[in-house]
Ligand binder design. Sequence first.
Ligand code: 16G
Length: 196
Amino acid sequence: MKLVSHDNGDSEFLFDAEVLKKLDFSRYNSNFNTPISAQEPGACLLVRPLCSTDYDKGYLQLLSQLTIVGNVEREQFLNRFSTMKACANTYYIVVVEDTSTEGIVGSASLVIEQKFSHNAGLRGFLEDVVVNDSYRGKQLGKLVVLTVCLLAEHLGCYKITLNCKDKLIKFYQSLGFSFEQDQSNNCMTIRFNQAL
Ligand code: 16G
């Protein structure tokens, strides 16, 4: 059993790791074959915030299993990490580390938009959900998605939304996401630069 670590050596967390300890997964027990949680993700697994040292633990390689990452140098990674961190209460990138290999094997991100509507409310976006192909069957996809959902609720978001491929619709529906009656969640896109 691995608990979310307090001691993070020389590296820096993107957000306060303590918040992950407060999430109560009991309502989602039935979503798992064997109940797991951010606090108890399974043997040799650790759920924690993204760290500045995760450049060397394969975070970007993992992300490239989802989409185009390009050639992001360490300095660029660290700059982006610090600009994200400087945006208070906005970026919550959750990762799963295999502590036996020290590699990042799963991740999902919560981005929080501050609004004037909904009583100056907060809207959550679930982004960049990805699990290493070799870690299938450990329920890590469900785990990272539900971690972000509970986090969004805990932080006071009035809703959380996502975009996904057709083949993943059933997966997200099984975790509580739905198409709303009035179709208010259609996703529309403008691509600015095919090279990016
Ligand atoms: C999926 C992701 C989204 C990511 C996009 C990559 C989830 C729930 N959705 O839609 O976060 O940005 O893929 O596509 O993980 P893009 O590279 O064309 O933006």
